[in-house]
Design a protein around this ligand. Structure first.
Ligand code: NAD
Length: 479
């Protein structure tokens, strides 16, 4: 049975799309068609932005509700999402190959958590009164920034959607969401949850489509802020448009993070969290540490440990509870990863395990480890977005820092050590937005984002809310 939608969720209703185009959804495991949704057109984007604009400009509407009222509405939304949690996880796994056990955490669990977290922040949000340096005082107010264009990728579609939606809605913004064509069925289920929760018309609108449609949305005159997660190339194009328009933009882009194994590390003890930091979601997460930096004195041992880990990973049906790694999202992505494996070999890297397709059907690639990789090799520099690790040798701590920081990216990173204090000190030397010690997990209370080609701006934490707010200073008693 396939899941097919005929209408789009716009202005709080399910409405017929402007054209007959559809987005087909293909299973990456079986290559069978598993569903479809209408493909949005420019006319649908116009309708969505107009609905979001009207909702935002309503003087008694969402943007003007007090924080408690919005938090209550977001709590109802969270409830409806939770009621659909298992179906959400199943849809995501079926569309992008994410192992179901992970989809249950990231895709069903995280969105409701974020709605609750930012809902509470909306309740607590207050004007700030500061004593003026020149006498009098100043009231600093925060107001919602306006209509938000949220453009998301396919790799962790629901969690990434809610990194944007939860703070934007809590701040009082209205949103037009453009999901990636590969993962639309979960976005439509999320729209069903919003409708069932009674989110007011126009507060959330969902228009699926490809990059041209995304580009149209980014430049739309009715949009006040753009929030994007995806490739660095697309991020640059979006930044150019937003630069011309002087439109605020948050960009969460690619990465090539380093897992730095210090000389005292006991990797075997932490092997599960090492897997999580390097190969989770079939190697398709922006912050994964795909460059493993190993001390020269322990290089062969570390290569063996990482090789065993990859070799023993259970690859298979993403809907099975025991699967640790599913297929890549698409044929295009599989071809891209194979291209990088070929480049790794050409540059002189040595494949210690993997490198091959797994099955006749589906876009599976074996977890792959390269030894003898040097920092200048293509596979050590470019984001592969697949389960391909490069183990690179370093001489001492300064050398490890230099290699880690030689990247064009700066998003994540991990330090592996028996001495957590040493790890935390070492982390300060890594040029990136986030670093984990003996593991990696995004903490919702702390800012997440990158430097250099990994993007600009931060999501999560109070900083994530601020990026959907305008600040205004009202100077009192100034004479
Ligand atoms: P992409 O950046 O092309 O697409 C991501 C989203 O942006 C999709 O919704 C897409 O339709 C939209 N989009 C693309 N170009 C746009 C533009 N110019 N204006 C507005 N919207 C646009 O990513 P992809 O093609 O799906 O994947 C390619 C590579 O991107 C991957 O191999 C990986 O390196 C990287 N990627 C990174 C992340 C991340 O979380 N940082 C996520 C997915 C992909």
């Amino acid at each position: 049975m396939t899941i097919d939608y005929t209408d789009l969720y716009l202005d709080g209703r399910w409405v017929a799309p402007a054209t007959n185009s559809v987005v087909p959804v293909i299973s990456p495991s079986t290559e069978a068609r598993i569903g479809s949704v209408p493909e949005g057109s420019e006319a649908d984007i116009d309708a969505a932005v107009s609905a979001a604009r009207t909702a935002f400009d309503d003087p008694s509407g969402w943007a003007h509700w007090d924080g408690k009222r919005r938090a209550d509405a977001l709590a109802l939304f969270a409830e409806q999402l939770q009621a659909r949690g298992e179906e959400t996880a199943t849809r995501v796994s079926s569309q992008n190959g994410m192992p179901i056990s992970l989809a249950r955490q990231f895709e069903s669990g995280f969105p409701a958590l974020l709605l609750q977290y930012y809902g509470e922040m909306a309740v607590d949000s207050q004007d700030e009164v500061r004593p003026g340096m020149l006498g009098g005082s100043t009231v600093v107010t925060r107001s919602p920034i306006g209509v938000v264009a949220a453009i998301v990728p396919w790799n962790v579609p629901q969690a990434i959607t809610f990194l944007k939606l939860a703070p934007a809605l809590a701040a009082g913004c209205t949103v037009v969401l453009k999901p990636a064509p590969e993962t639309v069925l979960d976005a439509f289920l999320m729209a069903e949850a919003a409708a069932a929760a009674g989110l007011p018309p126009g507060v959330l609108n969902v228009v699926p489509g490809g990059r041209e449609l995304g580009a149209y949305l980014v430049g739309h005159p009715g949009v006040d802020k753009v929030s994007f997660t995806g490739s660095t190339a697309a991020g640059r194009a979006i930044a150019r448009t937003c630069g011309d328009l002087l439109r605020p933009v948050t960009l969460e882009l690619g990465g090539k993070s380093a897992a730095i194994v210090l000389d005292d590390a006991n990797l075997t003890d932490d092997i599960e969290s090492f897997f999580g930091a390097t190969m989770l979601n079939n190697g398709q997460i922006c912050w994964l540490c795909t460059r493993v930096l190993a001390p020269a004195t322990r290089y062969d041992e570390i290569v063996d440990i990482v090789t065993d880990l990859a070799r023993n990973t259970a690859v298979g049906d993403p809907l099975s509870d025991t699967t640790q790694m599913g297929p890549l999202v698409s044929q295009r992505q599989r071809d891209r990863v194979e291209g990088y494996i070929a480049a790794g070999r050409n540059d002189g890297g040595r494949v210690t395990t993997g490198g091959q397709r797994v099955a006749e059907r589906g876009w599976f690639i074996e977890p792959t480890v390269f030894a003898d990789v040097r920092p200048e090799h293509t596979i050590a520099r470019e984001e592969i977005f697949g389960p391909v690790l490069s183990v690179i040798s370093y001489t001492d701590e300064d050398d490890a820092v230099a290699i880690a920081n030689s990247s064009q990216y700066g998003l994540g990173g991990t330090v592996w050590t028996a001495d957590a204090e040493r790890g935390a000190q070492f982390a300060r030397r890594i040029a990136s937005g986030t670093v984990g010690i003996n593991g990696y997990a995004n903490d919702p209370t702390a800012p997440f984002g990158g430097i250099k080609n990994s993007g600009m701006g931060r999501e999560l934490g109070p900083e994530g809310l601020s990026s959907y707010q305008n600040l205004k200073s009202i100077y009192l008693d100034v004479r």
